[in-house]
Design a protein around this ligand. Structure first.
Ligand code: F6R
Length: 340
């Protein structure tokens, strides 16, 4: 049941703090599994991260972090698995909410046949992908009814960040705060995300720009508003935007800049370039303020990714609702994709 919420999507966004808490608790209580997975990651010659859609975005985030830590990692879009020549010594990290996405399954089968070991992160116990994995990690988001992934994306990020925290031998106190961080963000941004969603609903094209770890989040923001509000949105690495995309920008063209606080100065340059062509700038910034944005959501957060995730989801939700669409059932889409 929707428990008083108008749609499953908004109910599930509000369930994110609980979903993150259950997931972190479960990982804490199964720390042996996490340690074993980390051993495999450290010993692997290469960590191939595979997923589709939203799960690919979580995977890209993970892969960027692994590479930054000096661990050789290759992110792949599941349906493009045939481009990879995997071998013994490869470790595959498969991410799938449903655990049933056929492209992910095909990918892990191919790579297992060439000697790779498989780790899966899924939300469904003994899902097909989990059954075919050497190590099964589960998110504890609970069932997700809305077709658009929301609490499961936030939970994927929390799982990945937990694994990375253990890998980096960080104090896990920070991860224990994750549910409160998500909850606080949601309560702070409801008003502004609604305003931004209402404005973006009227547009026909949007750019979402990010850099570094905010790029996968920009990609997720663009996917979300595209799939449920039917607004064409494209994510770009902000620095790459001047190699072509900027030619579309004219007065009023909406540009959403995702700033997780790491590369603020570089993003500020991109903001100015866009603004100089008349773009309307919506900045979502964590820990570092941007200058000259038309609308800015400013957050303080110890875990920026977990604050940005609900913000981009709420913006998409309000855009869809403004246009009168049912965000739970976007046209042409199935919750689980079981055909290639
Ligand atoms: C987007 C969305 C899809 C899924 C994709 C993978 O909101 O839900 O892009 O993320 O179909 O599904 P799973 O994670 O079940 O493998």
């Amino acid at each position: 049941s929707k428990e008083g919420y108008p749609h499953f999507m908004i109910k599930e966004i509000h369930e994110s703090p609980r979903a993150v808490k259950d997931t972190i608790d479960s990982l804490m209580s199964d720390i042996d599994l996490v340690e074993k997975v980390i051993e495999e990651i450290k010993n692997a010659e290469r960590v191939i991260v595979i997923g589709a859609g939203t799960s690919y975005h979580a995977g890209l985030y993970f892969s960027i972090e692994l590479n930054r830590l000096g661990i050789n990692s290759l992110p792949i879009i599941a349906s493009e698995y045939y481009n990879v020549r995997s071998k013994k010594g490869d470790l595959v990290f498969a991410i799938s909410q449903s655990g049933e996405t056929i492209d992910v399954l095909q990918g892990i089968r191919m790579m297992r046949n060439s000697g790779a070991k498989i780790i899966s992160l899924t939300n469904v116990i003994e899902s097909a992908i989990a059954r075919e994995s050497d190590y099964k990690i589960y998110m504890r988001a609970g069932p997700e009814i809305g077709v658009a992934a929301t609490k499961t994306f936030t939970t994927q990020l929390a799982s990945i960040l937990f694994i990375l925290s253990v890998l980096k031998k960080e104090n896990l106190k920070k991860m224990e705060k994750a549910p409160d961080i998500v909850r606080d963000t949601i309560s702070q941004v409801e008003g502004l995300t609604k305003k931004i969603g209402e404005e973006l609903a009227k547009k026909s094209n949007i750019y979402y720009l990010g850099r570094g770890l905010s790029l996968p989040l920009a990609m997720e923001g663009a996917l979300k508003i595209k799939e449920i509000a039917y607004v064409h949105a494209e994510a770009y690495p902000a620095g790459e935007s001047k190699h072509g995309p900027i030619s579309l920008v004219e007065k009023g063209f909406p540009v959403v800049i995702i700033n997780d606080g790491e590369l603020t100065e570089l993003l500020q340059n991109n903001l100015m370039e866009m603004k100089a062509r008349g773009a309307k700038i919506y900045a979502i910034s964590v820990n570092k303020k941007m200058k000259d944005a038309d609308v800015e959501i400013e957050l303080q957060s110890e875990i920026p990714a977990l604050s940005i995730a609900p913000v981009i989801q709420l913006i998409a939700y309000y855009a869809a609702v403004t246009k009168g669409y049912d965000p739970d059932k976007p046209r042409n889409l199935a919750k689980t994709v079981t055909v290639e």
